[in-house]
Design a protein around this ligand. Structure first.
Ligand SMILES: [Zn+2]
Length: 69
């Protein structure tokens, strides 16, 4: 089971978490969002088919803000 370690985009602390192949096994498209719980906050990493992190997002639910002109 691969162990990932990265810097939390929310609090800046180092965080380690495990991912399994199951996360990407049934994925219809890549990258696959994977939610990581870190204390009282969460963030999302996007994994490609090889379980490599392609992107990190500090927010799991908020849509991209749209600002009116
Ligand atoms: Zn954190």
């Amino acid at each position: 089971m691969p162990l990932k370690a990265l810097k939390c985009p929310v609090c800046g602390e180092r965080v380690a978490f495990k991912v399994t192949k199951d996360v990407v096994k049934d994925a219809a498209q890549f990258p696959v969002p994977f939610e990581v719980i870190h204390g009282d906050h969460t963030f999302t990493v996007y994994l490609d088919s090889g379980l490599l992190i392609s992107r990190i997002s500090p927010s799991t639910t908020d849509p991209a803000p749209v600002e009116s002109p």
